[in-house]
Design a protein around this ligand. Structure first.
Ligand code: ATP
Length: 328
């Protein structure tokens, strides 16, 4: 390995997601393995601008692989969006002797990294950490699998009460622009309908489907709704609409909210984080930069930042059909 890089920094940026700590651990330990110094940057780009750094060695990351959130904290930084802010950040990195950094975050964090790299020719690699699974260049983002498990577990519990009272539940899950969580968790939890931003089911079809469910003898129904569903109504408006048109249903709403971002990462996310951290650090040591690491067909790959931040990972349309068939 080429060895011009002696010190690597790691930061978490944007929204937190389960598995970020496991990724920090992996970056720190891969540095230790290659006898490279490592520092942690607190509070994303905000901490980079302020020089809020922490020396880290292999033991500094003990006991965190199973912890949700991020020990380095995360933040959104307005100042980093300005040239002056990024100049301050660059000065801090140079002062601390940092030669490269790994940013764990979403597409905004990668855009920031790309701009920084173009201005200062500073080596940087990205690890996709977001529960939404909306980033091009990886089949799974860090935290997505854990979020799916959290949502399915919550819906299982909601179904217990739904079936005890013959109720219809609208369950809102995260996904403003993409329906990955709604679609996969919906199929996994056996939802009667799944409303996602990518597909316009239409209110008429929703009513028709609910009538069919009722007629087929189902005692309760679960409809999973992504925050940004195409029908354009929020869960409470949907509840009112269905109650107005189907008096036979007692409708309830459950908004799962931020609990979807928390919790101990699944085994899948811990393994993914470990692999991504190794790939990111070894990429930097091999002279790579401006790339996001990702998973494709169970192989670690890289995608240039400018491609990974473009567009959104499309949903798997086969799952829509599977869902239709399952709710026959
Ligand atoms: P999430 O998916 O959770 O929203 P994200 O990484 O997309 O995560 P953002 O808030 O969009 O979250 O971006 C994180 C930070 O990256 C911003 O607070 C900002 O500091 C930096 N950033 C985003 N876009 C730019 C940009 N165009 N130029 C410079 N910095 C940027």
């Amino acid at each position: 390995m080429a060895n011009t890089i002696k010190k690597i920094a790691v930061l978490t940026s944007g929204g937190d997601s389960p598995g970020m700590n496991a990724a920090i651990r992996s970056v720190v330990r891969t540095c230790a393995y290659h006898s490279i110094e490592c520092i942690g940057i607190y509070r994303g780009y905000e901490g980079m601008i302020e020089g809020d750094f922490l020396e880290m060695d292999a033991r500094s990351v003990k006991g965190i692989i199973n912890k949700g959130g991020t020990i380095l904290k995360s933040a959104r930084s307005k100042e980093f969006r300005t040239k002056e802010g990024r100049e301050k950040a660059h000065t801090q990195l140079v002062k601390a002797g940092v030669d490269a950094f790994v940013v764990i975050g979403g597409d905004g964090s990668f855009t920031g990294a790309m701009v920084f790299n173009s201005e200062f020719n500073f080596p940087v690699m990205g690890i996709p950490g977001t529960i939404d699974n909306d980033i091009v260049g990886t089949s799974h983002t860090l935290g997505y699998d854990t979020a799916l498990n959290t949502v399915v577990e919550a819906i299982d519990k909601i179904r217990d009460t739904a079936s005890s009272h013959n109720r219809l539940f609208f369950v809102e899950v995260m996904g403003r622009d993409v329906g990955h969580i709604a679609l996969n968790a919906g199929v996994g939890a056996g939802a009667e309908e799944i409303l996602i931003p990518e597909e316009d089911l239409g209110l008429d079809r929703l009513l028709e489907s609910l009538r069919r469910s009722k007629a087929s003898g189902k005692s309760s129904s679960i409809v999973v709704v992504a925050e940004g569903d195409k029908i354009g109504k929020n869960v409470f408006e949907l509840k009112d609409y269905v109650e107005e048109n189907m008096s036979e249903y007692e409708v309830r709403v459950s908004v799962l909210g931020h609990m979807q971002r928390g919790g101990s990462p699944s085994c899948f996310d811990r393994v993914l984080a470990s692999r991504m951290g190794v790939r990111a650090v070894e990429g930097l040591l091999n002279g790579e930069s401006n790339l996001m690491v990702g998973l494709k067909n169970d192989v670690m790959t890289t995608t240039p930042f400018n491609q990974s931040v473009k567009g959104k990972m499309p949903i798997n349309k086969e799952l829509l059909r599977v869902s239709d068939i399952m709710t026959v």
